[in-house]
Ligand binder design. Structure first.
Ligand code: NAD
Length: 425
């Protein structure tokens, strides 16, 4: 619940700063759809009912889908999904992508399921969503999140196509993003790296705008070594940052002299690295780091540990890793927080490129249509992130707001008149 209240509080504050009025605030803090279902699936030979949820926040774009990740994790809370759906809206709007926000999850531990069980769960999820007309290239387009990956996205796409191909001529590939790349797969090069790469692009532009010398911001600790954390670690190390601590669900590791890019590319988990064992709790409070990069779950920087964080910058790879109480403490200690909806928006931006290519949406000149070269796709993504970062920085300086509150406010400002027209408020 806390996560949702945090987001709603920040949205209300931004809407008040923009003097949007109570009716529009009501719209912005409500949901278009909250869906839940128990998926009947056989796991380890036994029929089980697995809870699944999908939430759509608001969108001013009636002819475009909502967009957001699907999470496979044993602990799926509806209120967290609601919070993340709003964050997805804000991220889309901040980057001026033509989507509303959504989020969903299935309450399973993917590490304890076989591949065929995961496929059966995924297909059942698509069946249940599609029966209610809740998934499609112009309805709602999922993407990878915690515990899901390109292979699962491909299963979603294939199942949807299997169900729909005789009924209509929708562009099936656009039903989901984060798909694998290659013949017949229709993913976009660079999507897997996008969020990690984008984090560094945003970090470096914020350092430049804030006139902070990058030479004093080299030592990094990362909590989470999945899609976001591992890619960020590898890109940071390649660019000369020192990654001195890495954590995942099984704990963390620390090496004072840092890990080199080659060894980071070779390992699947931090525990394969030769290094001292520490806890994630210790990682968050390390004394010899400049940048702390949470890239796992929400609410890890709290009022209990914010006083003990020694990093000078928090770069939010995860969604919602910092509570509002922690935000206040960090602000009073002049620790700079680069907020999730700006910092980690690389993923949804490249997902937008993928969707646009799959559906032939050619209106937006920012989409790189004719390249399979991942670097040029990541460059096109960076242009969008940097423009948003400058806008957020300028708004925050002009109105004396934290980067987070400025990011929320700029995002809502981008869609305020569209929402007014839609809801007549
Ligand atoms: P992932 O499943 O690939 O990786 C998650 C990582 O977090 C794993 O290393 C896992 O071991 C670790 N982890 C899980 N529980 C933990 C715990 N209790 N303590 C410490 N570590 C723990 O997920 P991901 O796609 O990298 O997503 C990570 C975060 O980034 C999520 O908040 C997600 O919503 C957000 N995000 C992801 C993307 C994307 O493109 N994948 C984009 C934007 C934001």
């Amino acid at each position: 619940m806390r996560n949702l209240e945090n987001i709603l509080g920040r949205v209300r504050k931004s809407a008040e700063l923009l003097e949007l009025g109570d009716k529009l605030i009501e719209i912005l803090t409500s949901f278009k759809c909250i869906w839940s279902c128990d998926l009947p699936v056989k796991i380890r030979g036994k029929q089980q009912l697995i809870p699944a949820v999908r939430v759509w926040h608001r969108s001013p774009h009636n002819d475009k889908p909502t967009k957001g990740g699907i999470r496979f994790h044993p602990n799926i809370k509806l209120t967290d999904m609601q919070a993340h759906a709003i964050e997805m809206s804000l991220k889309n709007w901040l980057m001026e992508l033509p989507f509303g926000g959504a989020k969903g999850g299935v309450a399973i531990d993917p590490g304890r399921c076989s591949k065929s069980e995961l496929k059966a769960i995924t297909e059942k999820l698509v069946d249940e969503l599609d029966e209610r007309n809740m998934i499609g290239p112009y309805l709602d387009v999922p993407a990878p999140d915690v515990g899901t990956n390109p292979e699962i996205m491909n299963w979603i796409r294939q199942r949807f196509a299997q169900r729909r191909r005789t009924r209509e001529t929708a562009q099936f590939a656009g039903v989901v993003t984060g798909k694998p790349v290659g013949y017949g797969r229709d993913g976009i090069p660079g999507r897997e790296q996008a969020t990690g790469y984008g984090l560094i692009e945003v970090l470096e532009i914020v350092l430049r705008l804030k006139r902070i010398s990058p030479d004093n911001m080299k030592r990094v600790a990362i909590m989470g070594f999945g899609n976001v954390g591992a890619n960020a670690a590898r890109f940071l190390a390649q660019k000369g940052y020192e990654i001195i601590a890495l954590g995942d669900v099984d704990g963390a590791v620390y090496r004072r002299d840092g890990f080199d890019p080659d060894e980071l590319s070779r390992v699947k988990t931090p525990h394969e690295l030769k290094a001292a064992k520490i806890t994630n709790h210790e990682l968050l409070e390390l004394f010899d780091i400049d940048i702390l990069l949470p890239a796992a779950l929400e609410n890890v920087i709290t009022e209990e540990n914010a006083l003990h964080v020694k990093a000078k910058i928090i770069l939010e790879g995860a969604n919602g890793p910092t509570t509002p109480e922690a935000d206040e403490i960090l602000e009073s200690r002049e620790i700079l927080v680069i907020p999730d909806i700006l910092a980690n928006a690389g993923g949804v931006t490249v997902s937008f490129f993928e969707w646009a290519r799959n559906t032939g949406y050619a209106k937006d000149p920012r989409v790189p249509f004719n390249t399979e070269y991942d670097k040029s796709i990541l460059t096109a993504m960076s242009d969008i992130l940097k423009k948003a970062a400058v806008e957020v920085f300028e708004y925050s300086s002009k109105h004396q707001l934290s980067l987070r509150q400025a990011a929320y406010t700029v995002a809502i400002k981008h869609v305020a008149s569209l929402l007014r027209d839609k809801y007549l408020v």
